[in-house]
Design a protein around this ligand. Structure first.
Ligand SMILES: Cc1ncc(COP(=O)(O)O)c(C=O)c1O
Length: 374
């Protein structure tokens, strides 16, 4: 067929999400399934948010408030901001798409790290950007020195996932400031803090970007992770008025939708649910780290709700991923993140973690035998 789209679109790979529960149930006829593949909040949304959204169902013949007045006001109060500094979208990825549309043109260069959030590579390649990556450090962190050296005249944007997915590691304020010294004025910095709530809870060294401001930085956060609302698609960004004004020009007017706006407000109001989420996450994270250690795996220390560890080879990861699927446990094989010899496990509920531990114990004797582990 004649080429109808630009080459940079044809060359894109379609994003592979974690396997849906329904799909696995259908394929394998299983009833006990634990999905530990997409870093979702296993406790679900706040019950208060659910109640608020349920009420809103009767109003769905109305368009959403295109200025999302109530949600923006809530966020402004929470973070002492002005509305002119806030943007909302269909998840933080929705806002990344606006950033790509508003600020990036074909041929622009973007500097980021290897082994970071795939969604960002896809979105920016999709507008024709050239992505320049540098390797992670030996301890799986963003290498700010190498990133700083990679910035050139042509660099238009820098992307930092802090903490990073899929490694769960973070950069400190000192490292961020160091990098910012090399960022020219014509360059924007996308600071993706999708796991902010987890990281802020987990480490005193994790920097809260609300405490410092750079005019060329846009911070992205989301209701998809600790707030348990992945399915509703709602994310937010904070930046200088100039950014927000221009992003608003390319934004679809009625995003986020009416249920998402109400659900997000409900989630922000239910702080006990967030605290419960963080408490359980910490406890089950510790269990997971212990389990992996006992079984001679070396997990990467993470400040998030997921843990990545090395299996030793791409075949070993694939085998483990498939055998766990047979047991009804969905984890992530990090092939698309160019870490094929690693897998990632999201923290689930107590029941889901027990399922994972049982399944691992079942498959490990064969695994150890097959992949030469004593
Ligand atoms: C680092 C990072 N950024 C952004 C996202 C996307 O989040 P959202 O659901 O808000 O689009 C994810 C989702 O996994 C992520 O890991």
């Amino acid at each position: 067929m004649k080429r109808l789209v630009p080459e940079y679109i044809e060359n894109l790979k379609i994003y592979q999400a974690g396997k849906p529960i329904e799909e696995l149930a259908r394929e394998k006829g299983l009833t006990r399934i634990s999905k530990l593949a997409s870093n979702e909040n296993p406790l679900g949304p706040s019950p208060f948010a659910i109640k608020e959204m349920t009420q809103k169902l009767w109003d769905l013949h109305r368009y959403p408030d295109m200025h999302a007045h109530a949600l923006k006001s809530k966020l402004c109060n929470l973070y002492s901001l002005k509305k002119e500094n806030v943007i909302l979208g269909n998840g933080s990825e929705g806002i990344m798409a606006y950033i790509a549309r508003a600020f990036i043109q074909p041929g622009d260069e973007i500097v980021t790290s290897e082994n970071t959030f795939i969604g960002f590579y896809i979105l920016t390649r999709g507008v024709g950007a050239n992505i320049k990556t540098v390797p992670l450090t030996d301890d799986y962190r963003y290498d700010v020195e190498k990133m700083s050296s990679a910035i050139s005249e042509k660099t238009k944007a820098i992307y930092i996932a802090n903490p990073n997915n899929p490694t769960g590691t973070f950069i400190t304020k000192k490292e961020f400031d160091f990098l910012m010294e090399s960022v020219p004025d014509h360059c924007i910095v996308i600071l993706d803090e999708a796991y902010f709530e987890y990281a802020y809870d987990a480490s005193d060294e994790y920097p809260n970007s609300m405490d410092y401001r750079y005019d060329n930085v846009i911070t992205l956060r989301t209701f998809s992770k600790a707030y348990g609302l992945s399915g509703i698609r709602c994310g937010y960004g904070f930046a200088h008025k100039y950014f927000i004004e221009n992003l608003t020009k390319v934004k679809l007017p009625f995003e986020p939708n009416a249920l998402a706006q109400i659900g997000a407000i409900g989630a922000l109001e239910d702080q006990p649910h967030l605290r419960r989420t963080l408490r359980k996450n910490k406890s089950f994270y510790n269990d997971l780290i212990k389990f992996l250690g006992v079984n001679d795996f070396k997990p990467i220390p993470s400040v998030t709700n997921f843990v990545t560890f090395k299996t030793g080879s791409s075949q070993a990861s694939e085998w483990m991923f498939n055998k766990l699927l047979d047991e009804g446990v969905i984890i992530r094989w990090l092939k698309s993140n160019e870490m094929p010899d690693y897998v990632r496990v999201s923290i689930g509920t107590r029941e889901e973690m027990s399922h994972y531990f049982e399944a691992m114990e079942k498959i490990l004797p064969k695994y150890n035998d097959k992949f030469g582990r004593a």
